[in-house]
Design a protein. Sequence first.
Length: 165
Amino acid sequence: MTMNLDHEELHRLLATLAESDIQEFRLEGEDFCLEVKRNLGTYSDAIDSQKKISVEEIDTAPPQRKIEASPVPSTPPPSVPGSRSDLVEVTAPMVGTFYRAPGPDEPPFVDIGSRISVGQAVCILEAMKLMNELESEVSGEVVEILVENGTPVEFGQVLMRLKSV
């Protein structure tokens, strides 16, 4: 029996794992193997050690099909009504909880009007109890922040808009 796992099914599987206490998970099919490992530390532990989601792809014998941990839609997510074409949208690469600051008592990464550069952290998305810094892919100025601190976000949801410079 051949097992097929599309991006939507993988997305649901990872979301289900995020809501559980499972620390290690392995799924094998005839032509792939997916292994997910995580450490269930606290918010501040994760920030201090800069932990990332650990999803390993295992190559065994060819032919193999690799499953990507970050699903990429075949079509771009629909833009939010009223969005301006001169702005760059920063979208959530995963389901998670949006945090504007590296810690509860620390200043936010960016505010409206902040100038940012490529690679600069703009927020944190918590997924599966791990803190993932989201870095800017463009230099620019923050003109809109569309999500409140501590709010759950969907894959592809627009988090903020930047004016590219």
